[in-house]
Each structure stands twice: as structure tokens, then as C-alpha cells.
Design a protein around this ligand. Structure first.
Ligand code: E4P
Length: 217
């Protein structure tokens, strides 16, 4: 499973990039707004930090404008992926950009029929928002399982990018349901390596090694 960082904070992105752990980045207009940085400069910086795919969202409502924005965004860097909303206009724009070899991430996907449309329109990625479904008391990882089955049944190659991830359990369950990628917010990423039993075990091992009086180096 690939891990993307769901963030527009360059410091965070650099930190995880240096660890060699992240395979790409997703942004959205809210994350860009929170970063308080000029948009083009920010996207250029993120695309330099990681060579992996960086999703950047178009903001117009009509397909014509989305296509124009898509071409403009793709000029910023070769690893830009144009994020388009899961609307009919977004689907039309997805078809045009994908035909022009510009990768598209269809975002705000909340049903398997939407995911079929995204795949038929040639999307490189589809983003089911599992946390927001959970907020409405619907199991978001069930949606991922459905999409996986449908894509496998029909040989669709669109990648399933589990988004709106809020917990470690979301990551585990998305992986088990067959998501290709999970995009993870930095605060959750920080805690992924931690477990209280790891800390406790390490404490005991270190104390016993100290008592043994031996050295490796
Ligand atoms: C994905 O591409 C989105 O940026 C993100 O996962 C949205 O998550 P949220 O529901 O926590 O805002």
C-alpha cells in the first residue's frame, strides 16, 4: 500500500519525505488556505520536495474552466495530478484531461456508482472519503471494498485512494478492503510507529542490556 501525506505544509512534507516513507501528497483548497502561502509557490515547493504525485484541486464549476485550470496546474510541475470534484462537470473534464495524458484524481467520492463513473472517465485515482462517511454513520471502508470488487470485476485500472482518514483503524481497514493508497494527515502519521507495548518492551530490554555490562560497539 502506498502512503500519501494529506497536507499542504512544506515542513511536514519535507520531514516525512526525508524518512523515505511518503509516496505522494494530496492537497485540497482548505489545506492550501490553512498554509497561508501563495498558491503557485506552494505547489512548486511541494512538487520539488517529493517526486511522487501531488494532487492539486481545480476550483471552477464548469467542465470548460476545470479543463483550463487543469492544463494550467499541470504546467507547474510534471508530478501534478489534477483533482476534480465528483460531479458531471468534473467527469466531463476528467475525460478530456485524461485523454490529454494529464492524470486526474476524482475527489469527494461517496458511492460505488460515482467510482464507476470516475473509472470510465479515465481517472488515474478515485478518492472515497471514508472519514466523512463514518461521520454520517456509514462504514466508509465498506465502500472501498465495493469499489475494489467492481474495479477487479471489470478490469478498471483507476487506483483507489482512501481519503479523509482519521484513525489508524481507517488505514488498516482500507488496506484490508483493497485500497491502493491511503492519504494520511500529518498528526496521524506521527503516531503510526508508536505502541505503548513497544515502549515498555524497549525499556525492559535496555535496562537488562545495561545490567549485562556488554557492548556492541
Ligand atoms: C483528500 O484528498 C482530502 O484532502 C482529505 O482526505 C479530506 O479529509 P477530511 O475529510 O479530513 O477533510
Amino acid at each position: 500500500m502506498d502512503f500519501f501525506l494529506d497536507s499542504a505544509e512544506t515542513q511536514e512534507i519535507s520531514k516525512f519525505h526525508e524518512l523515505g516513507i511518503i509516496d505522494g501528497v494530496t492537497t485540497n483548497p482548505s489545506l492550501i488556505y490553512k498554509s497561508k502561502k501563495p498558491f503557485r509557490e506552494l505547489v512548486t515547493d511541494i512538487c520539488e520536495i517529493t517526486k511522487g504525485p501531488v494532487s492539486v484541486e481545480a476550483i471552477s464549476n464548469s467542465n470548460e474552466k476545470m479543463v483550463e485550470e487543469g492544463f494550467e496546474l499541470a504546467k507547474i510541475a510534471s508530478n501534478v495530478v489534477v483533482k476534480l470534484p465528483m460531479t458531471w462537470e468534473g467527469i466531463k473534464a476528467c475525460k478530456i484531461l485524461s485523454k490529454n495524458k494529464i492524470p486526474v484524481n476524482v475527489t469527494l467520492c461517496f458511492s460505488s456508482t460515482q467510482a464507476i463513473l470516475a473509472a470510465k472517465a479515465g481517472a488515474t485515482y478515485v478518492s472515497p472519503f471514508i472519514g466523512r462517511l463514518d461521520d454520517s454513520n456509514i462504514d466508509g471502508t465498506d465502500l472501498i471494498r465495493e469499489i475494489r470488487t467492481i474495479y477487479t470485476n471489470y478490469g478498471f485500472t483507476t487506483k483507489i485512494l482512501a481519503a479523509s482518514i482519521r484513525t489508524k483503524n481507517h488505514i488498516t481497514r482500507s488496506a484490508m478492503a483493497g485500497a491502493d493508497i491511503a492519504t494520511i494527515p500529518p498528526n496521524l502519521f506521527h503516531g503510526l510507529a508508536n505502541h505503548h507495548l513497544t515502549d515498555k518492551g524497549l525499556e525492559t530490554f535496555n535496562a537488562d542490556w545495561e545490567k549485562s555490562g556488554q557492548k556492541i560497539l
